[in-house]
Every structure is written in C-alpha cells, then in structure tokens.
Design a protein around this ligand. Structure first.
Ligand code: FAD
Length: 471
C-alpha cells in the first residue's frame, strides 16, 4: 500500500503520531505540504511568520531528502491538490494530524469527503496536545471552565509511561517517480523582517532550545519567568505552534530532567503548568468554537467598547507614551514575539484603558506573532479582557507603570525596545517626566490611567448589571 503524509502544524519527523501510524501500514510513502492561499497570503500572515514557516519547511525538506523520501510543496486548495496527488501516484492512504480550529475542521472535512468518495482511506490522529478536550472532564462529564480543576484532573490522568517518543522515520521506502516541483518560498514580502534576527525554524533548532532550557534556565523559571528583562523562558512557543517539537517530548524530557536532578522540580513543575494552560485553551476552543467570535462569558456582551481608531493606532505602533506597553508592541513588531507578562499588560491596556474590543487586539497579535495560535491567543485575550474562562476579574486592572517598575526593575527591557529612553536612569524610565519627553521625542501618555481605570470599571459594571437584569 502507498501512503501520503500531509504535514500541517506538525513539521517534524520524530514522535509524529499520524505519520508513525501511517508508516506502520504502508510500503511506500511521500510527504506533502500545501501552501493554502488563505493561510499564506501576505494579508493573512506576517512576513516574520512566513519566514519561520519557510525555514521549517526547508529543514523538513532536507531531512526527508536525506532519507530519499519525496517532499512535495504545492500551492492551492488542499481539497483540490491532495486528492489529485493521491490519484496521480495511486496512493490509497492519507495521514494527517487533526486540527480543532473551525477553519481546520472545515478544510479537513472537505478533503476527507473527496478522498473517501474515491475509495481511498484517511488516517488521522490528535498530535498537538497530550489530552484532547473530551479526555479531561469533570466528575459530571462536563468540560472545565476554570483552569485549576482542569489542571488537577489533567495531572491525575497523566501517565509518563504513555509518552511514546521513539517513532523515528528511518525507513527509505519512497514512492518511485514522484516529482517534487521547485517551490519559490513564501517570503520575501514587504521587507519588514529584512535585518531582524529571527528564530531559526525546524526540528533540530527546537530540540536544541528544549535541551538548553532544561539544562540552564528551567532551574530559575519559577522565580524569573515574569521578568521580560531576563531571557528566562523557553522561547519554544513558535516551535510548539508549528509542531517542530512534540508536546510529549517536552513532558518526557522535563520529567526526566527532574529525575536526574531533583532540585529542578519547582522550575519544571511551573513550566509544565504553562504547557497545561496551552492544553486548556486548546480544549476550550475544541469545545466552544464560538469563542473565536464571541465572549466566552456572555455577561459583558453589551459592553460599550470605545474603539478609538487613533488610540488603536498608537497601541499598534508602540506610541502610547507608556514605556512598558510601547516596549512590548515594538518587540512584537520587530521580532514577532513578546514576553508573556508584557502580553498581559498590553492586552489589559488595550481592553481596559483604551476600551478597545479584545477581538481587535487578538487579530493584531495573530497577524504579527510567529507563535500566533488560535486557541492560546484567544484564551490570553479573553483572559485579559475579563470575558474568558479563568478571566482576570474585571475590577483588577493592570497599572502599566507599576507593572513596569515591578517586572522590569532596572528598566533594561524598556530601554532595549524604546530607543528614545535608552539613556534614561532606572528610577524614571517607567514614568518619564513630562518635561523630558518632548526633548527625547517620546510621546506623552495618550490617556490618564487613573481616569480610564474608573471609566472602564464603570463600563464593565454597567454591562454586567444589564446582563443580570435581562437574565
Ligand atoms: C494576550 C495573550 C496572547 C497570547 N497569544 C499566544 C499565542 O498566540 N500563541 C502562544 O503560543 N501563546 C500565546 N500566549 C501565551 C504566552 O504568552 C506564550 O505562550 C509565551 O509567552 C511563549 O513564550 P515561551 O515559549 O518562552 O513560554 P514559556 O514560559 O517557556 O512556556 C512554555 C510553553 O507553554 C505554553 N504557554 C505558556 N504560557 C501560556 C499561556 N498563558 N497560555 C497558553 N500557553 C502558554 C507555550 O506553548 C509556551 O511555549 C498569549 C498570552 C497572552 C496574555
């Protein structure tokens, strides 16, 4: 039998679930990636993300060609390209790893219907998480709406021994005569990533980062992970997003690191908890596809967003006059990544201080983040906007200046990303005096945080009262 593996957000060979299952059933195989215009057009994805994806594809291409396995990169709609390819090379089995986004489900449904209509088979598996939504339920069998009990059940179900890791693809059994047309890449586009040093894509780089993190930074992860001025987190998010490393590998290696060095326990446990947040948000989206459009909690549905275009523009370009917010937005624009603490602060600023609909911020993040992921991004935004599962209570509003003073105590992060403030002393870098701002060409704060805080509280309170009255 002949098989084709359709790579999507699983750009690796090791511990790839549906690929491993397919390889047990076929004698000959090839691999394909489809550059779907609705995913790779410049209007849908930033140049930085496109470059990272391209890098991942080139690495995969190299690895597969070392094993003489054809890797076909096509441009077009998967529902047209995949069945055509299967027909052309008499392939009877298609494997892919499942997606939980509404877009992915629709796309896969179309491909599945066409493939099966022609008497060929599909083999799909869930690969991007350890547990799918239906595997982690409350004692009543219902989905969790709060992280901590979800996490507790998650850990109760977790069995380290079940982490199958060794499904290396080392068999050279390619379908003969497959043509792999040259593909011209996805970037360059608008040149915005020209001189920026971006993370290298691919499986090998992901593995190096995981090893380095577990050997070095994880020890202090619990203490330092909220400090944007330190490089204290794993920076694995783009690799997990594109599946350059498996989630099982992260858990297996991290738990092995604790066995070898028990003093790492605290850091490793904190880190694994973050990975469980990822699983939690994936489960929330799987159970509630509507969250991509609507508030998870309807109590703020009638909230009157202010949605000022000029304030949104200042936020997007890092010109709000709040140094931590501007540093974060400029880091995002320049590198396609932002530290988690700063994501929380800029998202709170947008939704509370500026009263701009979280969907605007979510869209902007998704466009610019290399790790832009529908479920984690939505979860993070709904958390910050107080509309989500475990949301930040609406009355707890981050003060962006105090957040800066607390988490970037020497101002190194702000100075790095906001060059106007580069020569500023630590004591005032998070609240530069008004007299100095114009001298250094740095904007005045676009809003008065205390005033906007009161207004936001009032708007959220009124929305909730309206909801209570109507229900
Ligand atoms: C408004 C907002 C939007 C976000 N958008 C995204 C997004 O589009 N894609 C994305 O991967 N993460 C998103 N996050 C979560 C988090 O900010 C990033 O995962 C993290 O900063 C990535 O850096 P790291 O790999 O060094 O993380 P580490 O601290 O090393 O954590 C390890 C991994 O755990 C996962 N993780 C960590 N924190 C979270 C979290 N709060 N929610 C879900 N998963 C988490 C990520 O996969 C991360 O790579 C968002 C958070 C907020 C507040």
């Amino acid at each position: 039998m002949r098989g084709i593996h359709w790579f999507r957000n699983d750009l690796r060979l090791e511990d790839n679930r549906s690929l491993a299952l397919m390889l047990n059933r076929v004698e000959e195989w090839a691999a394909v990636f489809v550059l779907d215009p609705s995913l790779v057009e410049p209007s849908c994805v930033s140049e930085k993300r496109a470059r990272f994806l391209e890098d991942c594809l080139r690495h995969l291409d190299t690895k597969l060609s070392e094993m003489q396995i054809p890797f076909i990169v096509l441009r077009g709609r998967p529902e047209n390209e995949i069945p055509r390819l299967m027909h052309r090379y008499s392939v009877s089995l298609l494997s892919y790893n499942e997606s939980v986004t509404p877009f992915g489900r629709r796309r896969d449904g179309k491909v599945k219907r066409t493939v099966e209509k022609h008497g060929r088979q599909i083999l799909s598996a869930r690969d991007d998480v350890i547990f799918s939504a239906e595997e982690i339920r409350s004692s009543k069998g219902t989905p969790y709406a709060v992280y901590t009990p979800y996490r507790n059940t998650w850990w109760r179900r977790f069995d380290e021994k079940g982490l199958s890791r060794h499904t290396r693809v080392d068999r050279r059994r390619s379908i003969p005569g497959v043509e792999c047309p040259e593909w011209d890449g996805i970037s360059p586009r608008d040149g915005t990533s020209g001189n920026v040093s971006l993370p290298l894509g691919g499986e090998r780089e992901a593995r190096c980062r995981l090893d380095r993190f577990l050997n070095e930074d994880v020890r202090f992860y619990g203490r330092d992970r909220d400090r944007p001025d330190l490089d204290a987190t794993s920076r694995l998010s783009p690799y997990l997003r594109f599946g350059c490393i498996s989630i099982r590998a992260c858990f297996a290696d991290a738990t092995a690191a604790v066995r070898a060095e028990p003093s790492l326990r605290n850091g490793v446990e904190k880190w694994l908890d973050e990975l469980i947040w990822r699983e939690f948000y994936s489960a929330v989206l799987e159970d509630n596809p509507r969250v991509l459009r609507e508030n998870y909690r309807s109590e703020f549905d009638s909230l009157a967003w202010r949605n000022s275009a000029s304030e949104f523009e200042a936020w997007c370009t890092g010109q709000t006059g709040f140094p931590l917010v501007d540093a974060g937005m400029r880091q995002l624009l320049e590198t396609g990544w932002m530290h988690n603490r700063v994501r929380m602060v800029v998202a709170s600023f947008l939704t509370k201080d500026l009263l701009i609909d979280w969907r605007e911020g979510e869209r902007f993040f998704f466009e610019h983040l290399i790790d832009g992921d529908p479920s984690s991004n939505n979860g993070g935004w709904q958390w910050a906007a107080s509309t989500g599962t475990d949301a930040q209570p609406y009355f707890r509003i981050f003060n962006p200046t105090k957040q800066g003073e607390r988490w970037d105590p020497n101002g190194d992060y702000v100075r790095r990303w906001v060059p106007e403030l580069r020569n500023w002393s630590s004591s005032s870098v998070h609240a530069p005096p008004h007299s100095e701002r114009s001298l250094r060409d740095y904007p005045e704060p676009i809003v008065d945080h205390s005033e906007r805080r009161v207004e936001a509280l009032d708007s959220f309170r009124r929305a909730r009262e309206a909801w209570r009255d109507s229900s």
